[in-house]
Design a protein around this ligand. Structure first.
Ligand code: PHE
Length: 347
């Protein structure tokens, strides 16, 4: 072949290859391009044997032309490869596209259960006054739950707290007063200033009573703890829980473990004391029981009732929660209904 002829072939090949490379759209076409234009049967490969027949002085020039074609084809291949690669990448990104303007799923914050909210609020109040928090088991001895609280067997007061017997002499505690027995045993003859929040059990079942509910009981024993202290403490507590404007009223009552015994009412926060359906037209809402620790209780638990005196009080956690949050059925506090509980979320 003449040099001019070879140059013409090379030019032709470049043109054809360029046109083909421009049409390459995928990896299969790219492979095809490579084998057709650069493989064994390609124009490029067919040029090398021609070198032999070229006169010595023109071999260099001829060789450069062939290398030029080779380089040209390699560049075309690289360009096409790059283009396909970018296209694939773009397609993948398109498929896995994340719309960063979409709103997120959000993580819903939980909330304190209204029962627990009351426990915390009351506990905080008493911790601020220097009380300690005492604890005891829910499965209790009859002795701690009743006997040491001055409720002997066959005492009619046991009827008010009909409990669940687990075994002979073992009951589910019917009030947290059972913790008082334990605290007194542990501290006698020293003064005591505790509250005991916890679950209690009774044979009860209606809209405002459940077989399981919560109580917070307080016990203060000190030679100078007076009835006046009790009244002022309860007034402060009830105003803290239900609002500073609440009137607090005390009525005489009866508990076997206190003497004198009282019950406390607050003025109805629905009608302000005028009388409405909520307070059953009385203007008052019954809220807790209390009294001076009965001398028998002091004696049974080892204290000298001539030296030691004190007071105790107990309020229902569920009752406070129901009144504070306007809950009409105590069962709602035990159903773990998330929609119901979400209402008490503090934003
Ligand atoms: N333990 C009593 C009850 O459950 C409440 C109470 C406690 C009353 C302390 C007076 C003093 O009914």
């Amino acid at each position: 072949m003449e040099i001019a002829e070879i140059k013409a072939v090379i030019e032709q090949e470049k043109e054809a290859a360029r046109a083909e490379a421009d049409g390459v759209r995928d990896r299969t076409a790219l492979q095809l391009f490579k084998s057709v234009r650069m493989g064994k049967k390609s124009v490029l490969s067919s040029l090398y044997p021609q070198l032999k027949s070229v006169p010595e002085e023109r071999k260099k020039e001829f060789g450069r032309e062939i290398s030029g074609l080779k380089e040209y084809l390699e560049n075309l291949f690289q360009e096409a490869f790059q283009r396909i690669h970018e296209q694939e990448l773009r397609r993948k990104m398109e498929e896995k596209k994340v719309d960063i303007t979409l709103p997120g799923y959000g993580i819903e914050l939980g909330s304190l259960h209204p029962y627990q909210a009351v426990v915390r609020e009351v506990t905080d109040f008493f911790l601020g006054l220097g009380f300690e928090v005492a604890d005891g088991p829910e499965v209790e001895t009859d002795e701690n739950n009743f006997e040491r609280m001055n409720i002997p067997k066959d005492h009619p007061a046991r009827d008010m707290q009909d409990s669940f017997q687990i075994a002979e002499g073992i009951v589910l505690r019917s009030h947290t007063s059972s913790v008082q027995s334990r605290v007194m045993k542990e501290n006698c003859p020293h003064p005591v200033k505790v509250i005991c929040p916890g679950k209690v059990y009774r044979r009860d079942n209606d809209a405002t009573h459940s077989h399981q509910f919560g109580q917070i009981e307080g016990l203060v024993l000190s030679p100078d703890a007076t009835f006046a202290n009790l009244l002022s403490l309860l007034t402060k507590l009830l105003r803290h829980l239900f609002g500073e404007k609440r009137e607090v009223r005390f009525r005489p009552s009866y508990f076997p473990f206190t003497e004198p015994s009282i019950e406390a009412d607050i003025s109805c926060f629905e009608c302000g004391g005028k009388g409405c359906a909520f307070c059953k037209q009385t203007g008052w809402i019954e809220i807790l029981g209390a009294g001076m620790v009965h001398p028998n209780v002091l004696r049974i638990n080892g204290y000298d009732d001539k030296v030691m005196q004190g007071f105790a009080f107990g309020l229902g956690i569920d009752r406070v929660a129901m009144l504070k949050y306007g809950i009409d059925d105590i069962k709602k506090l035990y159903e773990d209904d998330v929609d119901f509980l979400a209402q008490f979320r503090k934003e």
